[in-house]
Design a protein around this ligand. Structure first.
Ligand code: 7RM
Length: 637
C-alpha cells in the first residue's frame, strides 16, 4: 500500500522532498504498485504544447492493482457496500472476491460484443453496483469509459456519446432517486436515435419497468453476465494509455472531454485518498458523490479500491425519506470517513438539528467536503453537530482536470481553519498570479490560482481537441496550468479558494458554463437572446439567473415563457441546470462593440441597485432602469 504520512513534521518533510525532487518522490510511491513492466523514465513534460507523460513505457493494468495485487489476500473483505434508495430494501455487500468475479465476467461480455482496447464505452446509469462493475471491466480490457451523469438529458448524452465515438452503451431500465423514478432507458433510447456510432446497448435491470428493447441492439445485462466466463486475464496497458474520458463544462462552447491516463491517475488517486482521509485497514468510507462526476470516479471508486478500502455507495438522496438519511447510513454501517458537498451540508442544516437527534455518529473519524467553497456557518455546523467536535474536516480543493485532490488538509495532521483548503498536496506547486501574469510571492496575497509543475493525476488532453486543451489551461499564463479559480494565500500560507474567475458557475456542486445554459435557452423558439449569471444562493452556493430577450409573447405571457424556458433547459442539459430566476427583458446592456456587460447583470442579480461602475461605454445605458425594475418585481422587493 502507498505510504501514509502521520505527523505534521512528516508532511513538511515529504512536501519539501516532493518539490525539490519530484521524480524521486513519485518513484518511491509508484514502487508500491504492481507493474507488468516498470517505467524507463519517470516524467517528461512541457507546458507549452502541452505534453505530459508519467512513468514512461511502464506496463500495467489498474484493475490488477485492485484485485490480483497483494490486495487479493483481502478476498473476503467488503469492497463495495451498496445502500439502496429505499431504506427498507436490503443493502448489498460485494467482497473483493465477488466484485472481481463480476468484473471478469463483464470484461468477457464486453469482449464478446467486439469491444477492443482503445474503444470508447459510454455508461449512463443510476447509482447501482453494475455502474462500477462496468467501469472496472472497461479498465480491465483497455476500453476507455465515458460515464455520463444520470441527470443529463438525452440531448447532452447524445452529444457526449458522439464526441467520444462510443460504440457501446451500458445503461439501465430506470433508476430510483428519493420518491422519483428516472426513465433511464427511455432517455438513452432518445439519445441513441441521434447517434449512429452505438451498435450495442447493454441494459441492467433495476426498476423492473417495461422498457423498449430494440432487437439486434439492446441486450439484458443479467442474461449476458450469467452466460459469461469468470476467467479473464487483464489487458496489458501502457502507463499513458487513456483510462477514461469525463466531460466537464467550461466558460465557452460545448462540454470538454478530459482524458485521464492509466498510471499517473492510479498513483495519484491512491496516494491522495490514503493520506487526505488517513484511511486505515478495516475502515468504512462513504463518499456521497455520484459516480458520474469526477469525485465519484476518484474517491468513491478508484482511490478507495486501489487502497483495499471498503467504499460505501449510496443510490439515493440526502433528504429522502427524511433529512436524517445520511446519519442513519453512518450509524447502520459504522462509517469512519464521510465525504460530501457543502450544498448537502447547507440543505441539511436548513432542515434542522432534530434529524440528528438519536443518531450516534460515534464511528466517524474524518469528515470531508468538496466541490465548492464551504461557508463558515456550514463548516461549524458540520464540525459541531455531525463531527461532535472531534472529527477533523478536510476541505479538499481540486477539479475534473486535476484528477485528484490538490489542496487539502491531511486529516488530523494539518491544522484546519474554517473555509480554507489549507496546504498543497505532495508534489503540487501552487502559485498566485495577478491579472498580468506576475507571480505574487509571499503571504497575504490574492489572485488567480495556477499550478506550475506537473503532478501524476493531471488530465493529458481534451478528447479530439488538443488545441482547446492548450488554449483553455496553458495559454492564459504561459508556463502555468491555469485553474480558472481565484485564491488567497493568507498570513499563515494557507490557501482559501475564492471561486471561479471565468464564466463557470457552481450550482449545488454541479459545474455549469453560463454559455451552455444560454445556448439551451436560445434554443427556445421565442427567445431572441439571453445572458446567464450566477448569484449567491443560501443552499446551492450559487443560483442561476437568466435574462431573456423574447421576440414575441405567445399565449401565457411572461409566466408562460418562463415555464417553457425551464423546460427547454431541462431538455437540452438536464433538470439540474434549470435557472432559479428568469427575467424577461427587452434588451441586454451592451457595449459599442456588442459585448454584453455581464458585470452589471451580476450586480443586479445580486440585488444591487446602484454603483454599477463605468457605464460610459454602454450603447444602451437606459436599459439599466428597466432591468432594475424587473429584478425588483422578480425578487418581490
Ligand atoms: C472536484 C470537483 C471544480 C471546481 C473548481 C472550484 C470548485 C472544488 C472546492 C472548490 C472551493 C473547494 N471538480 N471547487 N472544490 N471550491 N473549495 N474545496 O468539484 O471539475 O466538478 O469542479 O469546483 O471552482 O474549479 S469539478
Amino acid at each position: 500500500m502507498v505510504p501514509k504520512i502521520s505527523t505534521l513534521g512528516g508532511y513538511i518533510f515529504e512536501y519539501q522532498k516532493s518539490i525539490t525532487n519530484p521524480t524521486g518522490f513519485w518513484t518511491n510511491i509508484a514502487e508500491s504498485f504492481y507493474w507488468r513492466k516498470k517505467w524507463d523514465t519517470v516524467l517528461d513534460w512541457n507546458f507549452t504544447e502541452p505534453s505530459i507523460q508519467w512513468f514512461i513505457n511502464g506496463k500495467l493494468n489498474i484493475t490488477e492493482n485492485i484485485f490480483e495485487r497483494y490486495l487479493f489476500h483481502r478476498g473476503d473483505q467488503p469492497a463495495i457496500i451498496w445502500e439502496p434508495n429505499d431504506p427498507n430494501e436490503e443493502f448489498v455487500t460485494l467482497t473483493y472476491h465477488q466484485l472481481f468475479e463480476r468484473v471478469k465476467k463483464f470484461s468477457n461480455v464486453l469482449l464478446s460484443h467486439g469491444v477492443k482496447k482503445g474503444d470508447r464505452v459510454a455508461i449512463y446509469m443510476p447509482m447501482i453496483p453494475e455502474l462500477p462493475i462496468a467501469m472496472l471491466a472497461c479498465a480491465r480490457i483497455g476500453a476507455i469509459h465515458s460515464v455520463v451523469f444520470g441527470g443529463f438529458s438525452a440531448q447532452s448524452l447524445s452529444e457526449r456519446i458522439q464526441d467520444a465515438g462510443a460504440t457501446l452503451l451500458v445503461t439501465a431500465d430506470g433508476g430510483y432517486r428519493g420518491s422519483k423514478t428516472i426513465p433511464i432507458k427511455e432517455i438513452a433510447d432518445e439519445a441513441m436515435d441521434h447517434c449512429s456510432c452505438v451498435k450495442t446497448a447493454i441494459v441492467a435491470r433495476r426498476t423492473g419497468e417495461q422498457v423498449n428493447m430494440v432487437a439486434g441492439r439492446d441486450l439484458w445485462w443479467h442474461d449476458l453476465e450469467e452466460a459469461a466466463s469468470p476467467v479473464h486475464k487483464a489487458e496489458e496497458m501502457d502507463s499513458e494509455d487513456p483510462l477514461f474520458i469525463l466531460y466537464t463544462s467550461g466558460s465557452t462552447g460545448k462540454a470538454k472531454g478530459l482524458v485521464h491516463t492509466t498510471a499517473g491517475y492510479m498513483v495519484y488517486t491512491a496516494y491522495t485518498f490514503r493520506n487526505v482521509f488517513q484511511y486505515s485497514d478495516g475502515d468504512i468510507y462513504f463518499c456521497s458523490a455520484d459516480i458520474g462526476w469526477v469525485t465519484g470516479h476518484s474517491y468513491l471508486l478508484y482511490g478507495p479500491l486501489l487502497t483495499g478500502a471498503t467504499t460505501l455507495m449510496f443510490e439515493g438522496i440526502p433528504t429522502w425519506p427524511n433529512a436524517g438519511r445520511y446519519w442513519e447510513i453512518v450509524d447502520k454501517h459504522k462509517v469512519n470517513q464521510f465525504y460530501t458537498a457543502p450544498t448537502a451540508i447547507r440543505s441539511l442544516m436548513a432542515l434542522g438539528n432534530e434529524w440528528l437527534d438519536g443518531k450516534h455518529l460515534g464511528s466517524l473519524k474524518v469528515l470531508g467536503t468538496v466541490g465548492e467553497p464551504i461557508n463558515e456557518e456550514a463548516w461549524h455546523w458540520y464540525h459541531d453537530h455531525v463531527g461532535k467536535n472531534r472529527c477533523p474536516i478536510v476541505d479538499t480543493w481540486w477539479q475534473t482536470e486535476t484528477g485528484g485532490i490538490m489542496i487539502s488538509p491531511l486529516a488530523g495532521i494539518i491544522p484546519t481553519k474554517p473555509s480554507f483548503a489549507t496546504l498543497p498536496m505532495m508534489g503540487v506547486h501552487p502559485v498566485i498570479l495577478d491579472a498580468n501574469g506576475k507571480e505574487l510571492h509571499g503571504n497575504s496575497v490574492e489572485g488567480n490560482l495556477c499550478i506550475n509543475y506537473p503532478w501524476p493525476g493531471m488530465a493529458r488532453t481534451i478528447w479530439g481537441d488538443h488545441k482547446r486543451f492548450r488554449d483553455t489551461y496553458f495559454s492564459t499564463y504561459p508556463g502555468h496550468y491555469f485553474t480558472g479559480d481565484g485564491a488567497k494565500r493568507d498570513e499563515d500560507g494557507y490557501y482559501r479558494i475564492l471561486g471561479r474567475v471565468d464564466d463557470v458557475i457552481n450550482v449545488s456542486g454541479h459545474r455549469l458554463g453560463t454559455a451552455e445554459i444560454e445556448n439551451a435557452i436560445n434554443g427556445h423558439p421565442l427567445v431572441h437572446e439571453s445572458a446567464v449569471v450566477g448569484f449567491p444562493h443560501p443552499i446551492k452556493g450559487q443560483g442561476i439567473y437568466a435574462y431573456v430577450v423574447c421576440t414575441e409573447f405567445s399565449t401565457g405571457g411572461e409566466e408562460g415563457i418562463r415555464t417553457s424556458v425551464l423546460k427547454t433547459v431541462s431538455k437540452f442539459i438536464g433538470p439540474f441546470a434549470r435557472p432559479d430566476k428568469v427575467q424577461i427583458v427587452t434588451g441586454l446592456p451592451k457595449t459599442r462593440s456588442g459585448k454584453i456587460m455581464r458585470r452589471i447583470l451580476r450586480k443586479i442579480a445580486e440585488n444591487q441597485v446602484d454603483n454599477f461602475g463605468d457605464t460610459t461605454t454602454l450603447l444602451n445605458p437606459e436599459i439599466i432602469d428597466e432591468l432594475l425594475e424587473g429584478a425588483k418585481r422578480l425578487n418581490g422587493n
